[in-house]
Design a protein around this ligand. Structure first.
Ligand SMILES: [Zn+2]
Length: 307
């Protein structure tokens, strides 16, 4: 830690605040002017299959909270996979290695049904407070574990809780991953800059607006309580999707099996996918969206202007 870091933020010199901002930054926008199959916009649906790891990560031993995660595996993922099959929609599932080891058959079914599995930490660790070497070790081990369980190597990562430590992007680059999906600097894919330089890793950006946890998650002993009705959440997602469609851009969504699969909520995804299809969406995994965006960006005059 530098002397500067020990000071209050209002005492930092320009090199300190500029250095913090520039560590990981958004570079070139990867916004294709067109999408495959003549479709007008892209829809990338994702599920973070945290299951029991949220409780384990906190060092907890609550049987009840573990069962909440177990619902995600036992009821949530099968219900979601049936829905995706009915709509013929491929999706991306980000799975902590420990969740994959607890539920290996689930991961194999996900892959067998044409979906993508991406990395999501070892035990949903709070990566940004770990020593860099420990974070790196967990990322490497999680990639090997997912490959062993699923039979194929992941090329994308969503960091646990969408957080980044100072060394996270360097490790992602060193691992040869094609993309990350944890940051929020745009609505289109973009190149990630590490210390100001392109590092070959693309970002497929997320947003808390397009997540289910902020609207529905509750904490029995804390202050977090669901504050919107399912119809209100559907309205937010639909407006995000319609605007992405109008722009010829990308609609990305992050859902959690133990949250969205409830009987009173799963219709949100059902109606949203129907609405997206009616508007002419290209449904693709995050992996395929990134591949198309990157390939299109290398062609002349292929980038869409930002509205
Ligand atoms: Zn997660």
């Amino acid at each position: 830690m530098t002397d500067m870091a020990a000071r209050e933020p209002w005492q930092w010199d320009e090199a300190e605040w500029r250095g913090r901002v520039n560590r990981v930054r958004a570079g070139r926008r990867l916004a294709p002017a067109s999408w495959p199959d003549g479709k007008g916009f892209a829809v990338a649906i994702s599920f973070d299959s945290d299951h029991e790891t949220n409780e384990l990560r906190d060092g907890g031993n609550s049987i009840s909270r573990l069962s909440w995660g177990e619902y995600g595996a036992r009821v949530g993922v099968p219900r979601i996979l049936d829905l995706l099959k009915r709509h013929s929609v491929p999706a991306s599932f980000y799975v902590p290695a420990v969740a994959a080891l607890l539920h290996p058959d689930e991961q194999r079914r996900v892959v067998a049904e044409g979906h993508e599995i991406g990395l999501h930490g070892w035990i949903h660790e709070r990566n940004s407070v770990l020593p860099e070497a420990a974070e790196r070790d967990l990322m490497l081990r999680s990639a090997d574990t997912i490959e062993t369980v699923c039979g194929e190597r992941a090329i994308g990562i969503r960091t646990p809780s969408w957080d980044f430590g100072p060394g996270t992007l360097r490790t992602i680059r060193d691992m040869g991953l094609a993309y990350d999906s944890s940051l929020m600097a745009d609505e289109d894919c973009y190149e990630l800059l590490l210390d100001g330089e392109e590092c070959g890793v693309a970002e497929l950006p997320v947003e808390w607006i397009r997540d289910d946890a902020p609207y529905f998650l509750m904490d029995r002993f804390g202050s977090a309580r669901p504050h919107l009705a399912p119809a209100d959440v559907f309205d937010i997602y639909r407006r995000e999707l319609d605007a992405a469609c109008d722009a010829g851009g990308l609609f990305q969504l992050t859902l959690h099996p133990h949250i969205i699969a409830a009987r009173s909520r799963i219709w949100i995804l059902d109606e949203l996918l129907g609405h997206a299809a009616a508007r002419g969406a290209w449904f693709a995994t995050h992996r395929d969206v990134v591949a198309h965006a990157r390939a299109a960006a290398s062609g002349p005059g292929s980038s869409r202007e930002k509205a």
